[in-house]
Every structure is written in C-alpha cells, then in structure tokens.
Write a protein that binds this ligand. Structure first.
Ligand code: PLP
Length: 477
C-alpha cells in the first residue's frame, strides 16, 4: 500500500465486511470466553511497538492484531454470564446505528450542520417520554424537552450548572451574591453527583450526603433538617438529586416526599435513574418513580438496560430556556439564518461540548427494531430472572439477601464473614465462568448480582447460582 493513501471504497468494503463478520462471530462466541480479562497490568502495552509506524501498514496486519493484542485484554460485558457492575447492553440495530453515525461523520452541533441529526433526536426523545410515561412537561411541545448526553454524569453536570445559574439569577460568580450554594443527595447516590458539584465549583464541602433508611433510600426528614441547618448558617440550598435505583443496591429515593420539600424550598430537583430508568417502560414499575411530575430534570441511560450501545444518556428538562441560557455562547462563526430566526433547536446549547455525534440513529434503530412491546418483554424477563434468583438465595439458609430488590439487582451475601465473601467473589471471577462485583452496605461486604445481559437466559442465571453455591461449599469445607 503506497504511503499516505486513503482506503479506497473497495478496500473499505472488503475490510468492513470482514469486520462485520468478525463482530457477528464474536456475538455468537462471546459466551466461550472467560468473562473477565486475565491480563496483568502492562501486558497489553508490552505487545505494542514502542514507536508508531513511520509507514502505513497493510490492513490485514492491523486486523490481525485485534485477536493478538486486543482480545486478551477484553472483559466480556456482552457475555450472558456477566453479572457485574450494571448491564451495558449492546444490540445489532444499535451497532449498525453507531456505524452509520460514524460513516456519515456528521457534526450535529447546530440544526444547520445536519438537520436530520437534530430533528431525529428531538423526535426519538419525545418517543421516550411516551414510552417511559414521563411527565408531558419533558416533551418538546411543552416548555421542556430532551437531549442525548454522552453519560448520566454529563446530564447531572448540566442539571447542577442550570440549577446554580437559576438560583443566582445567572450571576453565580458575582461577588457576595449569595452565601455558599449547597447541593443534597443521599449517601448512596452515585459518585457522579459529587463530581458534578466539584466541577460546577460548588465544592465537595457543600455537598450534603443525606442519611438513608433501612432500604438505603434517602430519608426526607433528614433532607429537610439539613436544608434548615444550612439556611440557618447563611448558606443557600439550591439542588437536590434523588436517585431512582442507586448503583450500590438499587434503592429508590422517595421522590414524592422529596419533591414536596424541593417545591416548598424552591430547589432544583434532579432525578438520576441512570440504570433503572429504562424499566419505566413497563407501567407496573412506574410506582417507583411516583412524584416525577415535580422534577426539574430526569436522566436515564439507554446505554445501560435498553439495548443501545454506550454512549447514550437521555436527559430531560422541564424548562429548556433555563438550560439554554446556562449553556449558550453564540460566536459569529456559528451564526446562521435558522438559529438567528429562533426557528430551530441547536443542541450545542443543551450540554457542555460543542460537537456532537448522531447518537439518535442507534436509539431510533433500537426502538423500531424491537418495538415498544418487544422492549417491555425484554425488560420484564430480566426482572423475572432476577426475582427467581432472589427466591433461590432466600431459600438457602447459607445465604441472605441484603437489600430490597424491586428490579434486576440482587444484593446478597454468604452468611459468614467479609473475608469469606470476598474470597468467594474472587474465586468465582477467577473461574471465568461468571463475573460478579461487590459493594459495601452497613459496613459489610456484599455481592451484587446485576441481571440484564442482552443474551442472559434463565439457564445462565441458574448455572451462576449453582456455581456460587458450589464454590461457597468448597470454601467452607
Ligand atoms: N448514576 C447511577 C445511578 C449509575 O448507576 C451510574 C453508573 O453506574 C451513573 C450515574 C453514571 O453513569 P455514566 O457512566 O453514564 O455517567
């Protein structure tokens, strides 16, 4: 291949077909790999040359390194035996959506830079309002609307920045405008809430981690007391993040009671449903989000449980003007007729980055491929399998369930000590047959079984449970 040449369309077609074949084969074989990568730190880098190639290499050599260099260092999130952290679903239509987005190579920062990128996104996010039964105030025909962010972390950052500006009448950095701003979330909330507050200049010391009840959900009374104490000390409460499905144990903060407080106190209420939010597609789970009508913002990750490859977070706000006013800076070089006429949405004003990928494509493909009923039955099957797993744990005198489990995450432990549970998890993961992660609840080491793999079936869950029991017996004899 002559140096510096582009791939010709024919070469691309050939290499592309081979790559699709490779991915399809991977999908078929993913279950055969040990779930967690077994490489030692530095092992992948050791296979790479110290310096980049001066001359371009043939594609065949580059492609060969996928198996040689990359695969040993892959933990197989798409394995049906992956039960760690949270589900991070992938699917055929979603992969094709990402491929098309990359193939088109558009920048969707303004409506004018690719109208389809903006309009498809607005439309698909309105569909999600419908699918999840979200308040009508989050739809684009109201004063609110939805936007795709890369991650829930970015959605929370957008929420906290908008809340900060609203609380200070868009003068957050004016000298002595208000006492220090204070944000509230539960002690079980995801670390991204604290991080967003740090990035937004609120400061770690002005984030209150509110105490939780025995179900690991925020105690509204403790929230009210913390707000009162901060006001008395001359500080300015401005933001509350309620979690619908905490990362650690899937706790659901009591949104309705929290909303009463935020409305009374005039605070921004953000709801983080990153992992569990997809479940709202099923009407029978919507009671877990009661009180949502009062939320200022809501986010969930189709890239977790909704068959849409990372990255894709859906962020909804009730007042889009507040968000746009917080994020918008319009330089001359981005001015165009449609923007200036105020006729269009320019999503660059709805988040921190300027450039944006055409992520709506994969979501659009997924919703159309599965249909809403298909998505619902997919989600219900995960809940069914998780409840079945919980019933097995519950019936086994050697194990105990450690937290309420309304959906797909089961927190449990062997009735022994932390060291044994830690060793149990290590040995299970070392076996390569399944992969689990842990948390700490009430100062105890807890195993987390997150059921939500795109290809996980009851027999995978059953085999996992048999393995867990057998390994625990082996450990205690
Ligand atoms: N919030 C919750 C409740 C989560 O479970 C997670 C991820 O595990 C996040 C936020 C962060 O998600 P992201 O990686 O999209 O920022």
């Amino acid at each position: 291949m002559p140096t510096g040449d582009h791939m010709t369309p024919e070469e691309f077609r050939e290499a592309g077909h081979a790559m699709i074949d490779w991915i399809a084969e991977y999908m078929q074989q993913v279950e055969e790999f040990p779930v967690a990568s077994r490489v030692e730190p530095g092992e992948v880098r050791a296979m790479l040359p110290a310096h980049p190639p001066e001359q371009g290499e043939p594609w065949s050599e580059i492609a060969a390194d996928i198996d040689r260099v990359v695969m040993p260092g892959i933990t197989h999130w798409q394995s049906p035996n992956f039960f760690g952290y949270f589900s991070s679903n992938s699917s055929g239509p979603s992969i094709l959506g990402d491929l098309l987005s990359t193939g088109l190579g558009v920048q969707g920062m303004l409506w004018a830079t690719s109208p389809a990128c903006t309009e498809l996104e607005t439309h698909v996010l309105d569909w999600l309002v419908d699918i999840l039964g979200l308040p009508a105030a989050f739809a684009s025909d109201s004063k609110g609307g939805g936007v795709i962010q890369d991650t829930a972390s970015s959605a929370t950052l957008a929420a906290i920045l908008t809340a900060r500006e609203r609380a200070t009448d868009w003068l957050s950095n004016a000298e002595g405008a208000k006492g220090p701003l204070v944000a509230y979330t539960s002690s079980q909330a995801h670390s991204s809430i604290e991080k967003s507050a740090m990035v937004a200049g609120i400061g770690k010391n002005n984030v209150r981690m509110i105490d939780v009840d025995s179900a690991f959900a925020m105690r509204p009374q403790a929230l009210a007391e913390a707000i009162t104490a901060d006001r008395a000390a001359g500080r300015t409460p401005f933001f509350v993040c309620a979690s619908l499905g905490t990362t650690s144990s899937h706790a659901f903060d009591p949104l309705a009671s929290i909303a009463e407080i935020t409305q009374r106190e005039g605070l921004w209420l953000h709801t983080d449903a990153a992992e569990a939010g997809a479940m709202l597609a099923c009407p029978e789970f919507r009671h877990l989000a009661e009180g949502m009508e009062a939320a200022d913002s809501f986010c969930f990750n189709p890239h977790k449980h909704l068959l849409t490859n990372f990255d894709c977070d859906a962020y909804f706000v009730r007042d889009r003007e507040a968000l746009i006013r917080t994020m918008s800076v319009l330089p001359e070089y981005l001015k165009n007729e449609q923007t200036m006429a105020g006729k269009v949405i320019d999503y660059r004003d709805w988040h921190v980055p300027l450039g944006r990928r055409f992520r709506a494509l994969k979501l659009w493909f997924v919703i159309r491929h599965y249909g809403v009923e298909g998505l619902r039955s997919y989600l219900r099957e995960h809940v069914r399998m998780a409840q079945l797993f919980a019933s097995w744990v519950d019936q086994d005198p050697d194990f105990e369930i450690f937290a309420p489990h309304p959906l797909t995450l089961i927190c449990f432990r062997h009735r022994s000590d932390d060291a044994t549970n830690r060793e149990l998890m290590q040995r299970l993961n070392d076996s390569g047959e399944l992969f689990l992660t842990h948390t700490v609840l009430n100062d105890q080491f807890i195993l987390r079984m997150a059921i939500g793999g795109a290809k996980t079936t009851e027999s995978h869950v059953q085999r996992a449970w048999e393995k867990i029991r057998a390994m625990a017996t082996e450990l205690s004899t």
